[in-house]
Design a protein around this ligand. Structure first.
Ligand code: ADP
Length: 268
């Protein structure tokens, strides 16, 4: 092709109307691939964490079964202790599997949000929960009606999980305080206990799946390390925010900032 021909040949090529768009598309594809990669990595991590957490109690259960098989006949006194261990650990595994299923289902759900009276939901949840524990729950409710846009069921689940933890991780006679108030214009719920508290290092991790502070593990307080991961997911689905702070003079305080989405008011 001579020079003139080459020029006209080039001119005949479809030139993108806007070259910037092509560049953006490339960036978008890259971002998409990167997020798919990250998702695949997260899935891989999830499966590997879950397998590890389930394998530990399973190995211990199998150890006790083998012990009973080998020595049960000659030493029947070991049987009740081993059976108790198997019972406890299999129950913990069951809870873990149920929590894992809940977590994985939550990846694909959208929830119905309504414009509701938060004080009412909080008070009802406390009234239903209090008979389960001897520890007193003090309710310090905002005097005015406090409306927010939430899914009632999931807000109840969040509150129950946090009350459960406050109960597990603080002394049996130390009250738990639930406060509702408007903070900088946002309806906020605080659940505070007078337990040992959580160090700043641990605070950064407690919402991660399977994370348990050493103290919880060493004192053999039952748990799976999945409760707060579920809470965080539910909070996110409700377009709310959760934070953890120290409760003075000691203890822990979980704060949930709810959203008020006025377009949802129609489903009042
Ligand atoms: P778990 O099943 O272990 O209770 P969670 O996900 O609910 O799992 O909590 C993660 C960890 O955070 C717990 O193991 C515990 O170490 C710590 N934690 C949670 N709530 C409290 C609290 N109110 N006070 C002190 N530590 C807490």
């Amino acid at each position: 092709i001579n020079h003139a021909e080459s020029l006209s040949y080039r001119e005949a090529l479809p030139v993108p109307a806007n070259p910037v768009e092509v560049h953006d598309l490339g960036t978008e594809i890259n971002q998409l691939l990167q997020s798919l990669n990250e998702q695949a990595l997260r899935d891989h991590q999830f499966v590997s964490d879950a397998s590890h957490e389930l394998r530990t109690p399973l190995t211990a259960i199998r150890g006790h079964i083998s012990l009973i098989k080998r020595r049960g006949d000659q030493h029947p006194e070991i049987i009740p202790k081993s059976l108790k261990f198997i019972d406890n650990e299999s129950e913990r595994m069951q809870k873990m599997v149920e929590s894992l299923l809940r977590l994985s289902r939550m990846d694909h759900v959208s929830i119905e949000m309504n414009y509701v009276d938060v004080n009412q939901i909080v008070q009802d949840t406390i009234d239903n929960y209090q008979p389960n524990i001897s520890q007193p729950i003090h309710a310090d409710m905002a005097t005015k009606v406090m409306m927010a846009t939430v899914n009632t069921d999931s807000l109840q689940q969040i509150l129950i999980a946090l009350l459960n933890n406050a109960n597990k991780y603080s002394p049996a006679d130390a009250p738990i305080t639930v406060t509702t108030s408007m903070v900088h214009g946002a309806p906020t719920i605080q659940i505070a206990d007078l337990g040992a508290g959580i160090s700043d290092d641990d605070k950064a991790h407690i919402f991660e799946r399977f994370y348990r502070v050493d103290q919880a593990r060493s004192q053999k307080i039952p748990g799976t390390g999945l409760g707060l991961a579920i809470v965080e997911r539910l909070v996110h689905l409700n377009q709310a925010e959760i934070s953890v702070t120290d409760h003075q003079p000691h203890g822990t305080s979980f704060n949930i900032k709810l959203s008020v989405n006025h377009s949802e008011k129609t489903s009042e």
